[in-house]
Design a protein around this ligand. Structure first.
Ligand code: NAP
Length: 288
């Protein structure tokens, strides 16, 4: 079983991005700016944000970070408007999930689509359905790149995705089923109303899980030779991070598998930074 090493591949991508950032610093005297907005202080969100800041600074981006109170939704709206107009911020994200009861859709819709580094604005998500898209959300982009890097064919394959969130499952279905290189798969999307998901999983050439349930899927559910991509990041009692797929016995069944941690997670961060550089390059090119 091949280990799809997202950590290693993300490192290669980050080195390449760092070279491009340095190039722009030399010829324009400025580097891309990444904004990060977060509300509240849940430890998982803090860990994700700290990691994004660390990697962004490592490749030379300028980071603008604001952590707002979980009691003031309007302060987040004002910060989004501020970042939209900020001349040194080329792309920014609002770290999800937002505090319970906040209007995530309305806040994401306030982001300027030209600065939408996560690609979650409805305009950018909608463009994914047109085969003429600009920007892919980071996790689907990371999965697509990882499959391409390891020469795992997607076209004509049956891909089964468990989970239909707006940030992973649904945009990934659009990317893999789209009419473009890296697409042309036949995609089945499972969710919590799917009776007997195993019926679909055992027919998948490529299975992707983004359900957020530790060890929900077991080796015996897969077709021999299948590829499994585990997006889940679950914290077990005691603090250990694990995926949605139970690693026990996988090597006897699968041909390839993304480990957790070290698989999709680092690719997601690398793709966010790549999106930021892309938005910067579009702005710089647009001004010339
Ligand atoms: P989410 O919003 O938590 O939604 C989970 C999805 O799984 C829902 O669509 C739900 O169906 C579906 N689901 C739940 N139980 C299921 C079952 N038994 N069979 C089939 N589908 C089922 O999803 P998310 O935000 O995409 O996060 C999912 C996981 O990925 C989490 O562990 C998260 O931490 C992780 N994640 C990792 C990365 C990364 O970079 N590695 C990035 C983002 C998220 P309904 O729609 O019917 O409720």
């Amino acid at each position: 079983m091949k280990r799809l090493d997202g950590k290693r591949f993300a490192g290669i991508i980050l080195n390449d991005l760092a070279r491009r950032v340095e190039h722009w610093r030399q010829i324009k005297g400025r580097v891309p700016g990444l904004g990060i907005l977060r509300a509240g202080d849940d430890p998982a969100g803090r860990m994700y944000v700290e990691n994004k800041i660390k990697r962004a600074e490592q490749i030379g981006l300028k980071v603008f970070y604001r952590n707002l109170s979980e009691n003031d939704e309007q302060a987040l709206v004002r910060a989004v408007e501020d970042f939209n107009g900020h001349p040194d911020i080329d792309g920014f994200i609002v770290q999800l999930p937002l505090p319970a009861g906040w209007n995530t859709r309305s806040i994401l819709e306030k982001i300027d689509p030209a600065k939408d580094a996560d690609g979650f604005h409805p305009l950018n998500l909608g463009r994914l359905l047109t085969d003429d898209f600009d920007l892919m959300p980071a996790t689907p982009a990371g999965i697509s790149e990882l499959l391409r890097h390891y020469k795992i064919p997607v076209a004509g394959k049956h891909v089964v995705i468990a989970g239909r969130s707006r940030i992973v499952g649904r945009p990934l279905a659009a990317v893999l089923a789209g009419r473009h290189p890296g697409g042309n798969a036949t995609v089945t999307l499972l969710h919590s109303h799917t009776p007997e998901p195993e019926e679909y999983i055992h027919r998948a050439d490529i299975f992707v899980s983004a359900v957020g349930i530790p060890h929900r899927w077991k080796a015996e559910m897969f077709k021999p030779g299948a590829v499994a991509v585990d997006v889940g990041i679950n914290t077990l009692p005691g603090g250990k991070i694990t995926g949605d797929i139970d690693p026990q016995g996988l090597e006897k069944v699968l041909s390839a598998y993304t480990p957790v941690p070290g698989g999709v997670g680092p690719m997601t961060v690398a793709m966010l930074l790549r999106n930021t550089l892309y938005l910067f390059e579009k702005r710089v090119a647009g001004k010339e």
